[in-house]
Ligand binder design. Structure first.
Ligand SMILES: Cc1cc2nc3c(=O)[nH]c(=O)nc-3n(C[C@H](O)[C@H](O)[C@H](O)COP(=O)(O)OP(=O)(O)OC[C@H]3O[C@@H](n4cnc5c(N)ncnc54)[C@H](O)[C@@H]3O)c2cc1C
Length: 482
């Protein structure tokens, strides 16, 4: 098949075979982790060096050709969904750790490096990279930077933004910039911080300098089962109120427990509606003191059973169950949407009651697995895409939950980004002036709107349908982007 003139010139920027255009080759790039949306790109470029990425972006800028940077495509908000009539620039082959400096505790990595690989490389030096998304065995640092990703242990250590010291990037204009760096000194505003969380709208990160932390000397991990979700929520409030700062506080509800048990044979106390996982970490002496206090609080919160991990193996088994919960839910339902709205921690119980009531009322099953310590909910809304109207009902429940989060003083996203999926809810959280200001900042990096256009910001009415195909809710007349 002969290529169009623009693709022929694009292909000339790369060695043969690294511009994918065949239908079968493009098929695996049509969606990301949010499979409700699909779009076929014109082509997928597979660069292997930073210079190739720069050449591709300069070409896109000159030709006004939209592009989407892609890491592993695990976005749960449609962040790496292709743009119609645009290309995908996939960064998986830029996967080298360029430098690891144990003395100064930093690593410089290419964007396609897998999150967990950084900690593997740092481990012989007693160091690790703290942000630990549940997808850490497949997601890339470039994707983590674009979404300011979090994870179970971000309660104590902070999100990706707290661990990125420097970024070298090619902006959507083709200019190459370098902000921050290992020295931790900077001039003016936090430019590097501004780049983190940009959802691929500013350009492409080419090199990222990451802070490494010493591995904790000691852990105390407790799994406690409760008769009700509210009891588990109350236990979280009591732990937070006590002043303890665990590394992680997570909750899984009955449906999530069922899924994790089936998938990785995790064993949970029988007859429980919820399981709470709390992990203390730090120097041995500190953990020894804190665990006494934590065990008292948990005992007073009325669990059916509380099981402290007795060794590293039991600790890993607890985390394996938790981290597999998302994918395990695939066993319960052919399709699901994962939301990640945030509520103030003291309102967790109230939020969960609403979600359960709406789930029953709307006949949509919903599993809950969440970062309880941050108030970051992760309702997994189950549906069968083959059933007419099922996706629309699932999306309607998702929308209700997001609006509740904002009304309670929280956020529409804690870590998965806005992407395509939540862009119509941005005005629930920000004023017109605030959104206009954000758009002007994005336009300073990408004046021609070619970097991941149509993501994050609400798109006006019909234009959205043309750019990304139909949003299922719009198709059903259930939402409007006006
Ligand atoms: C089972 C599962 C569990 C998950 N658990 C978590 C979790 O605990 N916490 C969490 O935060 N997220 C979680 N996620 C969501 C997802 O893994 C994260 O958002 C992750 O950061 C995406 O990385 P990726 O490499 O897959 O990026 P992609 O999905 O490929 O891209 C994500 C965004 O980053 C942009 N991008 C990618 N690379 C670059 C680059 N080099 N420069 C500029 N922009 C770029 C893309 O354009 C897109 O907008 C989970 C997802 C799954 C499927």
């Amino acid at each position: 098949m002969s290529l169009s003139p623009i693709l022929t010139r694009l292909a000339a920027l790369l060695p043969a075979g690294r511009l994918l255009t065949g239908p079968a080759q493009l098929a695996s790039y049509e969606s990301d982790g949010l499979t409700a949306f699909q779009e076929r790109p014109l082509a997928v470029a597979v660069p292997e060096t930073a210079d190739e990425v720069v050449a591709l972006v300069r070409f896109c800028h000159a030709e006004r050709l939209p592009f989407v940077a892609r890491g592993s495509g695990t976005s749960l908000s449609g962040g790496s969904l292709p743009i119609k009539e645009g290309i995908v620039i996939t960064l998986n082959r830029l996967n080298r750790i360029l430098r690891l400096d144990p003395a100064q505790r930093f690593a410089v990595v290419q964007p396609g490096v897998i999150n967990a690989q950084v900690s593997v490389a740092a481990a012989p030096h007693g160091l690790h990279y703290a942000p630990d998304p549940s997808s850490q065995s497949i997601c890339t640092i470039g994707g983590n930077v674009a979404f300011n990703s979090g994870g179970a242990h971000c309660l104590k250590h902070g999100m990706t933004s707290n661990h990125v010291l420097g970024i070298k990037a090619v902006l959507a204009t083709g200019e190459v910039v370098e902000w921050g760096g290992a020295s931790r000194e900077q001039v003016g505003p936090d430019w590097c911080g501004l780049f983190v969380g940009n959802e691929g709208l500013f350009g492409i990160a080419l090199e990222i300098t990451l802070q490494l932390l010493p591995k904790s000397e000691c852990f105390h991990t407790v799994l406690a089962g409760y008769r009700t979700l509210e009891q588990a929520g109350d236990a979280v409030s009591a732990i937070v109120a006590s002043g303890l700062l665990p590394g992680a506080i997570e909750i899984m509800d009955a449906l999530a427990l069922e899924a994790a048990s089936a998938a990785v044979h995790a064993e949970y106390p029988p007859g429980c509606e919820a399981v709470l996982i709390v992990e203390l970490e730090g120097p041995r002496e500190t953990v020894a003191v804190e665990r006494v206090r934590l065990d008292e609080i948990i005992a007073a919160s009325g669990p059916v059973e509380a099981r402290p991990a007795r060794d590293a193996e039991e600790r890993l088994a607890i985390w394996k169950g938790r981290k597999s919960a998302f994918s395990a839910v695939g066993r319960l339902s052919p399709d699901f949407i994962v939301q990640d709205g945030v509520v103030p921690r003291r309102r967790l119980g109230e939020a969960l009651r609403h979600i359960n009531a709406w789930s029953r009322e709307m006949g949509v099953r919903c599993a809950n697995v969440f970062h309880a310590g941050d108030g970051n909910l992760h309702p997994l809304i189950l549906y069968d895409g083959r059933v007419p109207g099922a996706l629309e009902r699932a999306e309607a429940l998702a929308g209700r939950i997001l609006k509740m989060c904002v009304a309670m003083g929280g956020s529409i996203t804690g870590e998965h980004g806005v992407g395509v999926e939540k862009r119509q809810y941005l005005p629930d959280m920000f004023s017109v002036d605030e959104i206009d200001c954000m758009k002007r900042i994005a336009a300073a990096f990408d004046p021609c709107s070619i970097a991941n256009p149509g993501k994050m910001f609400p798109v006006a009415g019909a234009l959205a349908l043309v750019q990304h195909g139909l949003h299922p809710l719009e198709k059903a007349g259930l939402i409007s982007r006006e």
